[in-house]
Ligand binder design. Structure first.
Ligand code: IPD
Ligand code: CA
Ligand code: CA
Length: 280
C-alpha cells in the first residue's frame, strides 16, 4: 500500500518549528553543554537537546501511530543499546521511520553562535521520503519530499546561478588530535577549488547547499540523523548527494558530500577522497 508522505512531512514540519521555538528561548538564555558519557569529548549535549527530542518524538508518533522515531539523544527503534543499528538502516526498517536531530550544531548552540537547526528526516521502508530543517534564529523552514520541490517557509526556492568561486561548508578539520593525512589531503583539494568554511552543523550545511547559499557540503563524521533530512532537500533543489556508507549508520560515523549542479567534478574528487577516509 502506498503511503501518502504529504501529511507525514507536514507533521515533521510542525514538530520542527514547535521544538525550534522552544530552543530559541533556551538559546537566548544560554545553556551549558556537557560531554556525552563514553563519547568523544567533542560530542556534547544540553538539557535543551533532550527536551526538544522528547517533544518531537511525541508529535511524530501522535501524527503517525506505529512509526519509529530514531533520535540522536534518546535512541529509539530496535537495537541501539549494544551498538546495534537502529531504524531503517540496520535491517529493522519500520514502514515509517523518522530520523531526528533535535539540535544539529549543539556546540554552536551552547556557545551562543546562531548556526544550529532542528532536522527531521522521513524514510519509508528504508528509502528517503522527505525531510525538513528548521533554522529557528532566522525562522527558516526548509522542506521537501522525495521527487518534489524544495520549499523555504512554504515558497518554492528558485534555482540560483552558479557563482565564480564555489563555497564549501565542511567540518574538516575535525576538532582535537593530530589531523589524519587523508583529512589534510581533502582539505587541500577543497581549498584549491573553493572558499572553504567550517560550519559545525551538518544538517544546516545541507539546507544551505539545497537553497543555494553555499555550493557544497562535506562532513566526514556524520550519522543517519545528521543527513536524513538534508539529503532530500539537496536533491529536491537539483543537487547531488553521496553518503558513505549508504544507507548511513546510526552506530558508526560515516561521511557525506553534497553539491549543487555544475560542481560534479569537485563532487567526484571529494567522494573519491572520502572513500579513502579512515571511517569512510
Ligand atoms: C554535529 C554536527 C557537526 C558534525 C558532527 C555532528 P551535533 O552534530 O552536525 O557539523 O561535524 O559530526 O556530530 O552533535 O551538533 O548534533
Ligand atoms: Ca548532529
Ligand atoms: Ca544533535
Amino acid at each position: 500500500m502506498d503511503i501518502d508522505t504529504e501529511p507525514l512531512t507536514r507533521a515533521a514540519e510542525r514538530a520542527a518549528v514547535r521544538a525550534g521555538r522552544l530552543l530559541l528561548e533556551e538559546f537566548a538564555q544560554g545553556t551549558a553543554a556537557r560531554s556525552k558519557p563514553g563519547a568523544h569529548e567533542h560530542d556534547v549535549v544540553t538539557a535543551a537537546d533532550l527536551a526538544a527530542e522528547d517533544l518531537i518524538a511525541a508529535e511524530l508518533t501522535a501524527a503517525a501511530p506505529g512509526s519509529t522515531v530514531i533520535g540522536e539523544e534518546r535512541g529509539g527503534g530496535e537495537g541501539g543499546e549494544g551498538g546495534e543499528e537502529r531504524g531503517g538502516d540496520g535491517g529493522h526498517a519500520g514502514e515509517v521511520c523518522w530520523y531526528v536531530d533535535p539540535i544539529d550544531g549543539t556546540h554552536n548552540f551552547s556557545r551562543g553562535i546562531p548556526l544550529w537547526c532542528v532536522s527531521i528526516g522521513l524514510t519509508i521502508r528504508g528509502a528517503p521520503a522527505g525531510g525538513c530543517v528548521y533554522e529557528p534564529v532566522r525562522d527558516r523552514l526548509y522542506a521537501a519530499r522525495t521527487g518534489g520541490v524544495l520549499r523555504c517557509n512554504g515558497e518554492v526556492v528558485p534555482a540560483s546561478p552558479p557563482r565564480p568561486v564555489p563555497m564549501v561548508l565542511t567540518d574538516v578539520p575535525r576538532p582535537g588530535g593530530v589531523p589524519h593525512p587523508a583529512e589534510l589531503a581533502l582539505l587541500a583539494d577543497l581549498m584549491v577549488a573553493a572558499d572553504v568554511r567550517r560550519i559545525g552543523s551538518a544538517a544546516l550545511a545541507l539546507a544551505y547547499v539545497a537553497a543555494g547559499h553555499a555550493d557544497m557540503a562535506v562532513t566526514p563524521d556524520a550519522f543517519a540523523w545528521d543527513m536524513a533530512a538534508g539529503r532530500v532537500l539537496v536533491t529536491a533543489g537539483g543537487g547531488a548527494f553521496a553518503a558513505l556508507p549508504d544507507p548511513p549508520s546510526t552506530v558508526r560515523p560515516g561521511a557525506f558530500a553534497a553539491w549543487r549542479p555544475g560542481l560534479d567534478e569537485l563532487g567526484r574528487v571529494t567522494v573519491r577522497a572520502l572513500k579513502g577516509w579512515p571511517n569512510g
